[in-house]
Structure formats: C-alpha cells, structure tokens
Design a protein around this ligand. Structure first.
Ligand code: PDD
Length: 280
C-alpha cells in the first residue's frame, strides 16, 4: 500500500512520500473539492460527466480549474490498472498560503492530488442493507462535491453506531439522499428519486440509472419524496460510484417491501452491469 504511486502537484510518487504542508487550506479549512471516478478494466466510467461536475464544484467555490479535461485525463491514466475495477480519487484545494486566513490567498497555486484504489465489491450488494433515517444536518451547498464532509461523516457514523450501513437523510419532511449516496424509491411501480438542487449531490450513478430505466420503459419520476410516503415504497435503494445500486431492505427497523431486494432492483442492477460491460 505504501508503495502505491499517487499524483501530487505534477509528480508521481509513492504514497508514503506524498506530503503537503500543514498550512494547506484543505487541511486547515476543508477548502477544496473532490471527485470519485470509477474505472472498469482501465476505462474511466463517464469521464466527461465527472469532469462537468468537477467544473461545477470548482466554479461554486470560485477556484479556477487548473487543468483542461485532456490534462486531467493525462494525469489519471498512468494511475489506472487495466486488470482491476478501480476508482480515481481526485482532490483540489485552494493551496498553501503563508498564513492561516479565511480570505482567499492571492497568487497561490492549488494543491492537486490523485490516487487510484481497487473497488472492493460491497458485501450488501445482493442481500441489501439496513438504513436509519435522520434529520439532514448538512449545509446549503450539498450539490458541491466539497471535501468539507463533516456532516456526512457524522451521519454515516451515527448509522453505523445504530447497526445500519447507511443514513437516509430527511430535510423538512422530504428525503434528500444518503450520507454518501443518492436515494431511489419504487412507489406505486414508479422509480422515484429526488430532483437535483442544492439539497443533494448530483450523482453520476443516479443519472445513469434514470437513463437506463427510461430506455427500458421503467417509469421514473424526479420529484420530492415525502418521508411519510416511504412506508408505501416497495423498494428503496441507495446509489454511488463505488457501491453502485444497493437495496435497503430494512429502514428504521422495519422491512422495506418484503424485506428482500426487490424485482425492480434485480432488473435495474442487471441492466446496469450489462451497460458497464457494453462500454468496455
Ligand atoms: N460519494 N451523494 C453523496 C453525498 C455522495 O457522497 C455520493 C458519492 C453520491 C453519489 O454520487 P456518484 O453516483 O457520482 O458517486 C451522492 C462518493 C462515492 C464518495 O464520497 O466517496
């Protein structure tokens, strides 16, 4: 692990030698953004969609993009191993200023870091997971993929402490997303997911699933999901780049549907796996 090669500010070097200053604004303020891009057998999954989200995240925090898409691709490619399913973790912070000051520093290059890790198949994929609902305590910029993840990690840990694998976040009576995932629910046979906006991260997996469902005549709806409507859901899933589509089989200690991964999940998951293969 320590010999793993990573990218830091223009250099490829062993992980153990990749060092940044304690004055880096990512360390001091969480002042930066990130991306997580899956790679299947060396092929980056929807590279341009991830780049578009990165560009939006950078613009939202007023951090100039240090590289073109071509340059980002050049940076990531040497980190990939075609023998594995992997993901690139990419992080950009507002760099290292010479003193701690909340205001943006002038003439400070950003810190750019990228590493690649193997995707470990998630154990809950075929059996489903337990989730617990909780009040979404995060901020108003959830659409930005900010490294400032304190709210998300506290929610995830609270779920783990309660013996569940994911938190289902609820804001003003409506489901937003998971601590590190988007949410889908099958209600009256319609695959529903909350709309994009400041309350959720615009997940790439989410978009791909909606697209696949629509192309396969599975009815979909992007609309607010009232928490009160969830007991009527026959299926609930959470989705992300690293875990793909995970059925929630128990929410707040009550079974979802018949307490097993449902038929719409079975279909969508198969279609999703076939779609991944079709891109190779
Ligand atoms: N997280 N919502 C949140 C809050 C997330 O953190 C993630 C993913 C998603 C799903 O987005 P996507 O489908 O593009 O992965 C939604 C990543 C995997 C992470 O932080 O590691």
């Amino acid at each position: 692990m320590k010999n793993k090669i990573v990218y830091l500010n223009g250099r490829y070097l062993p992980l153990a030698e990749a060092k940044i200053s304690v004055l880096d604004r990512g360390f001091l303020f969480g002042d930066g953004v990130y991306e997580v891009i899956p790679s299947y057998s060396g092929h980056l999954f929807h590279f341009h969609k991830h780049m578009e989200r990165l560009e939006n995240s950078l613009a939202s925090i007023r951090l100039p993009n240090p590289h073109t898409r071509e340059q980002w691709l050049e940076i990531m490619t040497p980190l990939l191993d075609t023998n594995f399913d992997q993901y690139i973790y990419l992080q950009i912070t507002r760099g290292t200023a010479d003193k701690r000051d909340h205001a943006f520093p002038e003439n400070t290059p950003p810190t750019v870091f990228a590493m690649c890790s193997n995707i470990v198949p998630f154990p809950g994929l075929s059996t489903g997971i337990k989730a617990v609902s909780m009040d979404d305590s995060r901020w108003k910029l959830c659409n930005v993929k900010a490294i400032t993840l304190l709210g998300n990690i506290l929610h995830r840990q609270e779920a783990l402490d309660q013996g569940s694998a994911e938190a289902l976040l609820v804001k003003d009576g409506f489901v937003t997303e998971g601590a590190a995932s988007n949410v889908f629910a099958v209600i009256d046979g319609v695959l529903c997911t909350p709309p994009k906006g400041n309350d959720i991260l615009p997940g790439i997996t989410r978009d791909v699933i909606l697209d696949i469902a629509q192309k396969n005549n599975i009815p979909t709806r992007e609309d607010k999901i009232s928490f009160a409507a969830l007991p009527a859901a026959s299926e609930i899933w959470v989705t992300s780049s690293t875990r793909e589509i995970i059925p929630i089989v128990e929410l707040d200690s009550k079974p979802v549907g018949d307490g097993k991964p449902g038929p719409v999940w079975q279909t969508l998951n198969q279609l999703f796996q076939a779609y991944k293969q079709s891109l190779l």
